[in-house]
Design a protein around this ligand. Sequence first.
Ligand SMILES: Cc1cc2nc3c(=O)[nH]c(=O)nc-3n(C[C@H](O)[C@H](O)[C@H](O)COP(=O)(O)O)c2cc1C
Length: 242
Amino acid sequence: MKESALHFDQIVQDRRSVRIYDSDAFFDHDAVKRSIERGILAPNSSNMQLWEFYRIKSPEALKKVAWMCMNQKAAKTARELVVVVGRRDLWKKRQEALVAEMERVYPDAASKPAKRAMNYYKNLIPKYYWTDWLDLWGIGKKIFFFFAGLKGPMVRHGNRADIRISVHKSAALAAQNFMMSMKAEGYDTCPMEGMDAKRIKSFLKLPRKAEVVMVIGCGPAAEDGIYSGRFRIPNEEVIFEV
Ligand SMILES: Cc1cc2nc3c(=O)[nH]c(=O)nc-3n(C[C@H](O)[C@H](O)[C@H](O)COP(=O)(O)O)c2cc1C
C-alpha cells in the first residue's frame, strides 16, 4: 500500500463522531478555516457549488445554535459549529460564474469544447434548476424522461425533490471532506441533523429556498467524548461485486 493510503487510512480509522469536547484544550480555529477550504474542493454536481458554510464562533451565537441543535452535547460543548447550507436558489449566480469561467477556459467561442460547455451551462442548467411554484415543469420533465427512457438510458431526475437531493448530496460530500480534514488537523467533529433547521435558517437570515444540510460540531475531543466502540454492518451485507 502507498504511504499516502496508509496516512489516509489512519485518518479514516481515527475519525469518530465526538459528542463531548474539551473546553480547556487549545483549539486552533484556523484549522476550521483550512478545513472548509478543503471541503469546497469536494466533487459537486455540475460544479455549481450550491453551498455555503457558516462558522458559529462567538459564545452567544454558539449558545443559541446549540440550543437549536436540541442542546445536544455535541453542539453544546463544541468549540465551533459549522452550519452547512444548501443554496439551490443561487443557481443563476453560479451559472454566471461558470459561463465566465468557460469563456476564460475556451476563448475561441466557435470551438467544439466551447460550444459544448456553453450549451451545458447556458441551455441545460437553467432547464434543470428552474422551478415553478407547483413544480409543473418538474413533473413535465419526469414524464418526458419516462417516455424518452423507454428507448434507452435516460437521466431520470428533474423535479424539485430531485434538485434538493442533488444539492444535499454535494454539500454532504463537502461536509465529509471537511470532517476528514479536521481529523487530519488533529481535531474532532460530529455531524448533526438532529436540529431545528427552521430556527437555524431564520437565525442566519437565510432565504426560503436555502436548506440547512447539517450542523457540524468541532473541537478537541474530551476523554469521554466518544460514546461507544465503532460498529458497522458486516462488509458482506453491504459490499457487492457484480
Ligand atoms: C447526516 C448525519 C446526521 C447525524 N446526526 C447526528 C445527530 O444529530 N447527533 C449525533 O450525536 N450524531 C449524529 N450523527 C452521527 C452518527 O450517529 C454517526 O456518524 C454514526 O453513529 C457512526 O459513528 P461514527 O461517525 O463514530 O463512525 C449524524 C451523522 C450523519 C452522517
